[in-house]
Design a binder for this molecule. Structure first.
Ligand SMILES: C[S@@+](CC[C@H](N)C(=O)[O-])C[C@H]1O[C@@H](n2cnc3c(N)ncnc32)[C@H](O)[C@@H]1O
Length: 259
């Protein structure tokens, strides 16, 4: 696994180069879309054949933020992130506005389908609505709690093509992540033991992004070649160390430590 000094958008361009080498226009999805900013970056970088956007766009999205009342002292109240959502998170109008803002970004893309549902309810809708059986890349950024991200990984691995990618956002242990009760890295640790996926690369950032593929996939070699021949600086480490990753924050920047 390569710990890369780069950002998630660079990964999208790198994977585009890999798909191009395979003469493939990928079928992709984003789970957890919000106002569609990252979905548009994925679309522009990867030039997909088809793209599916899945989000509940509903106040229920934060129902599982923490099982505890009162919250543990190290977790910030979910309302403190209202600025990020553009309004009160328990108000359906906030979510309707986010949904419309997202749709407005894709009006001219007739190969993009938005499904307004939670990630698990969406599964049975994908094939009938879009005709898609398998994805070449899924970007997971929906519910970030341990049980939910593990469930997304376990279900959606079956919808990822043999040589397809899973990208996981916010896959880190960090000061800021702890305040949001993130369980993504812990869910990945469990998923790796239950599946044949391995991590190929992680960004050296807070809110880290991780690229996953099946260990026998041709993509292991192709991504290795693409990264090795790119100008992205990286340090190569055994992929089993991913569970040890933690973000350390200095005065100038953050880094990832595996110590
Ligand atoms: C962090 S935001 C996504 C940000 C977006 N990926 C980006 O980078 O621009 C998380 C989104 O996940 C959605 N979400 C949370 N839990 C979900 C679930 N179980 N099913 C579907 N969407 C969910 C929320 O509605 C919210 O829009």
């Amino acid at each position: 696994m390569k710990a890369c000094i780069t950002h998630r958008e660079i990964f999208y361009h790198l994977l585009h180069a890999v798909f191009q080498a395979c003469e493939k226009k990928p079928v992709i999805a984003e789970f957890g879309v919000l106002r569609g900013e990252n979905a548009l970056k994925l679309y522009n970088a990867l030039a997909p054949e088809k793209m599916v956007l899945i989000d509940s766009w509903s106040p229920a999205a934060n129902d599982a933020y923490s099982p505890f009342d009162p919250l543990p002292a190290w977790v910030e109240p979910v309302d403190s992130y209202a600025y990020y959502y553009g309004g009160p998170m328990d108000d359906p109008a906030t979510w309707d506005a986010l949904y419309q803002e997202c749709l407005s970004k894709f009006v001219e893309m007739d190969n993009v389908t938005a499904i307004r549902a939670d990630t698990i309810s969406a599964i049975e809708q994908i094939q009938p609505i879009t005709g898609i059986d398998k994805f070449d890349l899924v970007y997971i950024d929906a519910n970030h709690q341990y049980e939910y991200i593990l469930r997304d990984l376990m279900y959606y691995q079956d919808l990822v093509a043999d040589d397809g990618f899973i990208l996981l956002n916010d896959c880190c242990h960090s000061h800021l992540g702890t305040k949001q009760n993130l369980g993504v890295l812990e869910a990945l640790s469990s998923f790796l033991k239950r599946s044949d996926f391995i991590p190929l690369a992680v960004t050296n950032t807070d809110w880290s992004d991780v690229i996953l593929v099946r260990k026998n996939s041709i993509m292991v070699k192709l991504v290795d070649m693409a990264l090795t021949n790119s100008d992205i600086p990286f340090v190569e480490i055994p992929h089993q160390l991913i569970s040890a990753a933690k973000v350390i924050r200095g005065q100038q920047r953050v880094n990832i430590s595996f110590a």
